[in-house]
Ligand binder design. Structure first.
Ligand code: 5RP
Length: 253
């Protein structure tokens, strides 16, 4: 926090500096702390992204070193590969009718525990898994906490053959511009074979449930990266420690 600086006359001065934020360290802290919600015997939804990656690694450790027994339901191919490499027993979504707990990352969360997800492109499977879970815990660092959703471009998974007309429909719906992830020459393709439109709402999404419903009614929209009424707690790492915020109207309260 302080640096010692020697000035020309060799008198040392203490200069206050803002501490360097170790974002990777924060992600790790949040990811590992969330494992406090994991119990032996659980069926666990395993999210996607660089924060929940630490959760998955920790679950692998709990299995091999502590004998914890869980079955994971991965939300993406990358998570499946990571979990498999760690020896976590897995079950595909198609076979999981109910899940005890899902732990996942988020791109933004607001004071009502509504989320923007899909920065990693896995929003459709992530929502599918979260919806059949008894509870959902989000792991994040404090950069993800916002007063109003939308600074992060809202990801929407769409039918690849209709992305252009959907982009136009979104413009007509809310005057919002969207970009095709990856660009038109080599678009990003999701694990489901869909394309992603990243929509520039800006921090204006005060009624995410209404917007989600409007967007889902556009033909060809597969899924919207708004998660409303799904997240029960956020494990948030800050420079001064990890804070677990429990949704007062959620299922863990
Ligand atoms: C993937 C997601 C991720 O959970 C979200 O993008 C957060 O990822 P990270 O922890 O890497 O910031 O929604 O579709």
């Amino acid at each position: 926090i302080f640096s010692i600086v020697f000035s020309g006359n060799h008198h040392a001065r203490l200069i206050a500096r803002s501490p360097m934020v170790d974002v990777e360290g924060l992600k790790r802290e949040a990811g590992i702390t969330a494992c406090g919600f994991v119990r032996s015997g659980m069926k666990l939804g395993l999210g996607t992204g660089s924060t929940v990656r630490y959760t998955i690694i920790e679950i692998g450790r709990m299995i091999s070193e502590e004998g914890v027994e869980v079955i994971g339901v991965p939300t993406s191919e990358s998570t499946r590969e990571l979990a498999e490499s760690l020896g976590i027993p897995l079950m595909p979504i198609s076979e999981a009718d109910r899940i005890d707990l899902t732990i996942d990352g988020a791109d933004e969360f607001d004071p009502s525990f509504s989320l923007i997800k899909g920065g990693g492109g896995a929003l459709t499977r992530e929502k599918e898994v979260a919806m059949i879970s008894d509870s959902m815990v989000v792991v994040a660092d404090d950069r993800k906490r916002v007063p109003v959703l939308g600074e992060f471009d809202l990801p929407i998974e769409v039918d690849p053959s209709r992305w252009s007309e959907i982009s136009q429909a979104i413009r007509e719906l809310s005057g919002t511009e969207s970009t095709l992830r990856g660009g038109t020459t080599s678009p990003y393709v999701t694990d489901n074979g869909g394309f992603i439109l990243d929509c520039k709402y800006g921090p204006t999404i005060a009624e995410p449930a209404i917007l989600e419903e409007q967007l889902l009614s556009i033909e060809g929209v597969v899924q919207v990266g708004l998660f409303v009424g799904i997240c029960d707690a956020v494990v948030m790492a800050t420079g001064s420690g990890v804070e677990t915020m429990v949704n007062p109207v959620g299922r863990l309260y």
